[in-house]
Design a protein around this ligand. Structure first.
Ligand SMILES: NC(=O)c1ccc[n+]([C@@H]2O[C@H](COP(=O)([O-])OP(=O)(O)OC[C@H]3O[C@@H](n4cnc5c(N)ncnc54)[C@H](O)[C@@H]3O)[C@@H](O)[C@H]2O)c1
Length: 348
């Protein structure tokens, strides 16, 4: 990106897809100085109108057509809150108009579409980044910092358990690969952040357990081999009643000299070996980085803020598509492994 492409003054953005998630975006965007929502687009006209009223965006242009909106407004950025199947076409159209794009997860609805979007952003010299709001949770940043401090040594294993009895009652009840496609992308992306490792291969089994209120597989177990020989396991269900984990999952990280647990809520614990020789080693509790040490926070708001800053300065956001495609690749490889009932490489 050439220096004169940087947006130094007010950043003008169009938001497309005015459904459920758009409220979180518009709430966050209101708090960011110099960010102006100049247009709202939705194929359902009333959805855009409702959001404009709710967030007092009287000056914003409302439309059902993205291309017409981009032609008329020539914004700096497009915020994509549409459904996953529309992310590819919205992103390519926005890039064609020279816009930077921040989109909801997942990056795309297939690996082929994801690769095309990454390539298009590269060719356009524009940022395409993806909302992975859990990366902007201070507890995850503390956990990451604890791992990186080396107190438990190099990680050899990471386990995550996700068990929620979620009665959505909407499209998810009918959706194929519902847990892996709609939810596990968050947990897999967290695994990459926490361990600092990238995926190599996966063996996965999806199934729809007895008593499930979903049409398709709402449970899955996956074993990933990651770079550095680390093994990462995911066990999850969206139809497990009772003793639910948090939405952030329950984690155990095993290193060469100690272990870390995080219950996905407020409790992070770490122990490392201080003396060996007996049947059990002597262990010492390790200090956990305090909440103030979190370098990123704010969920959606934190991510949108970073994106705006990157558009202004030319820096690269943490969730840039060329990196985030690795988390999406974990999802599609897990689905493929389950279909074949065999381990498969994770490629992007
Ligand atoms: N980050 C998170 O925690 C989180 C949570 C829930 C949903 N999401 C993601 O957010 C996205 C939107 O989810 P939602 O729950 O708001 O869905 P939704 O169905 O409530 O809203 C989507 C909106 O997009 C509109 N739309 C669809 N195709 C369009 C197109 N081509 N052009 C313009 N408008 C179009 C629809 O009319 C609808 O109003 C999805 O990708 C979903 O996976 C993320």
């Amino acid at each position: 990106m050439a220096t004169d492409d940087y947006v130094t003054e007010s950043l003008r953005a169009v938001l497309v897809g005015c459904g459920g998630m758009s409220a979180a975006w518009l709430r966050a965007a209101k708090e960011i100085p110099g960010l102006e929502l100049v247009g709202l687009v939705d194929v359902r006209e009333e959805a855009a109108r409702q959001r404009a009223e709710e967030f007092e965006l009287a000056g914003a242009r409302l439309d059902t057509d993205l291309t017409r909106t981009l032609e008329q407004l020539r914004p700096d950025a497009v915020f994509d809150c549409t459904v996953p199947e529309a992310h590819h076409s919205v992103t390519l159209e926005a890039l064609r108009f020279g816009c930077h794009v921040l989109g909801e997860k997942p990056l795309a609805d297939s690996m082929e579409h994801a690769r095309e979007a990454v390539q298009a952003a590269h060719e356009a010299g524009r940022i395409y980044a993806v909302i992975q709001n859990r990366r902007y949770d201070p507890r995850i940043r503390r956990l990451r910092r604890l791992v990186a401090s080396g107190g438990v040594g190099a990680l050899t294993q990471a386990n995550s358990d996700f068990y929620i009895g979620a009665h959505f009652g909407g499209f998810r009840d009918r959706m194929e690969h519902v847990l892996l496609l709609d939810m596990a992308i968050h947990t897999f992306d967290m695994a990459r952040l926490i361990t600092g490792a990238d995926p190599v291969s996966v063996y996965c089994r999806e199934w729809n357990p007895g008593g499930s209120w979903y049409d398709h597989d709402a449970s899955a177990i996956a074993i990933f081999e990651m770079t550095g020989g680390l093994i990462y396991t995911y066990r999850g269900s969206w139809c497990a009643e009772g003793l639910n984990t948090s939405w952030e999952a329950d984690w155990r990280l095993v290193g060469e000299r100690g272990s870390i647990t995080w219950d996905g809520r407020e409790t992070i614990r770490a122990q490392a070996v201080s003396e060996t020789g007996g049947f059990h080693s002597t262990l010492t509790d390790l200090p956990v980085p305090d909440p103030e040490s979190a370098d990123r926070h704010g969920g959606h708001g934190g991510l949108i803020r970073e994106f705006v800053e990157c558009v202004r300065t030319g820096a690269t956001p943490e969730t840039v598509c060329s990196d985030n495609i690795k988390s999406l690749a974990m999802v599609f490889a897990a689905i493929e492994s389950s279909r074949r009932n065999a381990p498969v490489p994770v490629a992007w």
